[in-house]
Write a protein that binds this ligand. Structure first.
Ligand code: 13P
Ligand code: SF4
Length: 354
């Protein structure tokens, strides 16, 4: 069974408007001496404040490199949360989007969590406001509530389980083996993929990622014909017909590992373009081609770039370190409930990878 509820039209418009505003506030790429000076200053500030930078693969390569060079971390959303939890730093600075900062705070309340940019949203998070989500959950009291990590702290607090793309399939399989019925939110494409693979009884919220929903199966088929030896790597936030064409479906880290490990020299990649930096480092002699986001004649809206991830830049990072602004705070009652559903995921993952 699958029941979809759509976010109201006006809500979709609001998400598009916020994405357009983020595009306008895009971070600035610096070059040469100016960039070197800034990087040096940020490294000194991180050290003097016992702070670490934790970055997602979708932010600009200079932030990814800086995170690694300064003792921080680059990873997928689950790994970012785990790194923040285990780090001995007093301050964690998150280069990514808001839910990643909130997750860090939920798991590490004693640490100061700062974000490079607090207006860095996520269309999935925005599509799932807590009041409407509560109403939806109230209609299905007999279901396990499983929410994607790309949600607010309040939505996570309402959930029984939080999952990321790296673990969604395994966790729902586990629940399905126990004959549990699922309420899933907010990504309709990841939800449909998980439902197809597990056959689980699932009702679903109808949110989507504005970046991944733009990948086009027809244009991808054409590209595959032109590159018959290429393997296709797809993030599960993509539409079903695109996922069906994949050789590997997985989280950002799983996609990078597949590129490194698979016996192929060319890969077509359906996820945000920031990932190409790490893919090139992981498999330097291989070729990576972005999957098409538009069919012939169509206009490319997102061009596979997340406008919110691209707000993160070196200047904003330095400013946050100088001013201590952009701190993430989560109401303690909400935090405790959300910590329970996130910790269950982290523990499930630890057992599964033992
Ligand atoms: P990962 O968990 O694969 O890093 O994905 C996070 C995300 O926002 C993808 O769009
Ligand atoms: Fe959210 Fe999509 Fe951006 Fe990931 S790429 S943060 S899912 S809008």
């Amino acid at each position: 069974m699958s029941i979809n509820i759509s976010a109201p039209e006006s809500h979709q418009d609001q998400i598009r408007a916020l994405a357009a505003a983020a595009e306008q506030a895009r971070g600035i790429d610096l070059e040469g001496e100016k960039k070197e000076k800034l990087v040096k200053s940020i490294k000194a500030l991180l050290k003097s404040q016992n702070a670490v930078l934790v970055a997602h693969y979708y932010v600009d390569s200079e932030l990814q490199d800086l995170a690694e060079e300064s003792g921080g971390f680059v990873g997928d959303s689950l790994e970012m949360a785990r790194f923040g939890l285990n780090s001995e730093a007093d301050t964690v600075i998150v280069a990514g989007v808001r839910f990643m900062g909130e997750t860090a705070k939920i798991l590490s309340p004693e640490k100061r969590i700062l974000m490079v940019e607090t207006d860095a949203e996520c269309s999935l998070d925005l599509a799932c406001p807590i009041d409407q989500f509560n109403e939806f959950c109230d209609q299905y009291p007999d279901r396990e509530v499983v929410v994607y990590a790309n949600t607010s702290a309040a939505v996570k607090a309402r959930a029984d389980w939080v999952v990321t793309s790296s673990i969604a399939l395994d966790l729902v399989k586990h629940l399905s083996d126990q004959d549990k019925k699922i309420l899933w939110a907010p990504d309709k494409f990841l939800g449909a993929y998980v439902q197809k693979m597990t056959g689980v009884d699932m009702v679903m919220w109808e949110g989507s990622c504005i970046v991944h929903e733009d990948f086009k199966a027809v244009a991808l088929k054409e590209l595959m014909k032109a590159k018959p030896d290429a393997k296709v790597l797809v993030h599960p936030e993509s539409p079903g017909p695109v996922i069906e064409l994949a050789d590997v479906v997985g989280s950002t880290t799983q996609i990078i590992n597949a590129a490194r490990d698979l016996d192929a020299n060319t890969f077509i990649v359906a996820t945000e373009r920031g990932i190409f930096h790490k893919m090139a480092q992981a498999a330097p002699n291989k070729k990576f081609i972005p999957a098409p986001t538009a069919g012939e004649g169509a206009t490319c809206e997102s061009c596979a770039e997340c406008p919110w991830m691209k707000m993160n830049d070196l200047q904003r990072l330095e400013n946050v370190l100088n001013t201590g602004t952009n701190e993430i705070l989560v109401d303690e009652k909400v935090r405790k409930k959300a910590a329970r559903s996130i910790t269950r995921m982290v523990e499930f993952n630890a057992k599964a990878t033992d």
